[in-house]
Design a binder for this molecule. Structure first.
Ligand SMILES: Cc1ncc(COP(=O)(O)O)c(C=O)c1O
Length: 378
């Protein structure tokens, strides 16, 4: 058997080995140091990471938690959302954005996304608000911030909380604001494949508010401010120190990594500009998109065959997400029929996310775009 030529070398959605190499020995050295310190849960490394990440996202507080899912759950709870309350969120997102709402006994109030951006808008959310609504939860899908200032105005006017789902938007900006600056609370995931990823599950909740930060600190540690005293009921969702060590080592690289993602996106854009079959999602003026995904819309009848043609050439494009939230079997319990959100349903048949990560070369990006255009011509 011959080994693959450079031309055939697989191109995946991430290259975690290259990422580890790029960070160099610092990552492993820091983790060994942490291992030897004997401080494994919270502790000085977590505190330092929280301060550095809050500064990076330009907000006052960051609280390290066990995952992005927990960040959403604790964010909802810290904003006072409880059983029977309504929370407005997107019908086109990773399931956790909506599932966490149901998990705490609240009610997901889904709204359709804008077909051109995949984002929910303040206008669509305003129409979905009712007397049960306690919070709006915009999702910064694929690395582009939703209209955070518009959502701030809506939440203030309606007297509801604003929780941002920024699991895909580390470092992204809109109207000069970063995720975490504007929302009452903002949930981040550091799942390994995220723009800032840990070697395991990890997450954080950010907030500009001292009060919300105090509630979050309590909620992530069984409602406890001091040992063996419990002022409220919380859970165990403390960030592990080893994860914080890794995240601290990677954070200084994040801007350069996001810039590289943007350069690849610009290269793809240029290549697809002349195609009537490949339509990238629209980006708003004045945004810093961090391209967690580079997502294009293809004619629905060609999408799956095109992805298969790419796979045959060892190029692995992904469909995020093959079905909208309201098509999940469990969503029937939330009262949504299959035709409730046509844009979300349509995007789930058209979207293809092309490889975009900081270690993709220009040549590899060109191989991807040529292969896609070729697959659509065939
Ligand atoms: C939009 C969104 N929200 C929430 C999550 C949940 O994060 P985690 O996997 O860290 O629990 C993810 C992660 O995939 C996500 O993409």
């Amino acid at each position: 058997m011959t080994s693959p030529t450079v031309d055939q070398a697989p191109i995946g959605p991430v290259d975690l080995a290259a990422e580890r190499e790029a960070v160099g020995p610092a990552l492993e050295e820091k983790m060994i140091e942490c291992l030897r310190s004997g401080a494994y849960v919270l502790g000085p490394e977590v505190k330092a990471f929280e301060a550095e990440f809050a500064t990076y996202q330009r907000t006052a507080h960051a609280l390290g938690v066990a995952s992005g899912t927990d960040a959403l759950i604790l964010g909802l709870r810290a904003l006072g959302v409880g059983v029977g309350d309504g929370v407005v969120t997107s019908a086109y997102t990773f399931f956790a954005s909506a599932g966490t709402i149901a998990w705490i006994g609240a009610r997901p109030q889904l709204v359709d996304v804008d077909y051109d951006t995949g984002l929910i808008t303040p206008e669509a959310c305003a129409a979905a608000l009712d007397e049960t609504t306690k919070c709006v939860l915009p999702v910064h899908l694929y690395g582009q911030l939703a209209d955070v200032m518009g959502f701030r105005a809506l939440a203030d006017e309606a007297g509801v909380g604003l929780l941002e789902d920024a699991a895909q938007a580390h470092g992204a900006e809109r109207d000069g604001k970063r995720a975490g600056e504007v929302g009452d609370a903002t949930a981040f995931s550091f799942y390994p494949t995220k723009n800032l990823g840990a070697p395991g599950d990890a997450g954080a909740v950010l907030t500009p508010s001292d009060d919300v930060a105090a509630r979050l600190r309590e909620l992530r540690d069984h409602g406890s401010r001091e040992k063996y005293r419990h002022d409220s009921v919380g859970t165990n969702s403390r960030l592990a120190s080893l994860q914080a060590c890794a995240l601290r080592t990677k954070l200084p690289h994040l801007d350069a990594w996001n810039d590289r993602r943007a350069a690849i996106a610009a290269r793809y854009d240029e290549r697809f500009a002349g195609s009537d079959k490949v339509r990238p999602l629209t980006r708003h003026e004045g945004t810093r998109h961090v391209y967690h995904q580079y997502s294009v819309r293809l004619p629905a009848e060609l999408r799956d065959a095109a992805a298969e043609r790419l796979r045959e050439q060892s190029i692995f494009a992904a469909v995020h997400y093959p079905s909208p939230v309201h098509h999940q079997p469990v969503a029937a319990e939330w009262g949504y029929g299959p035709d409730a959100f046509p844009n979300a349903a349509r995007l789930s048949t058209e979207i293809l996310c092309l490889p975009v990560h900081p270690f993709l070369t220009d040549e590899q990006a060109d191989r991807v775009s040529e292969a896609l255009l070729g697959a659509l011509e065939a």
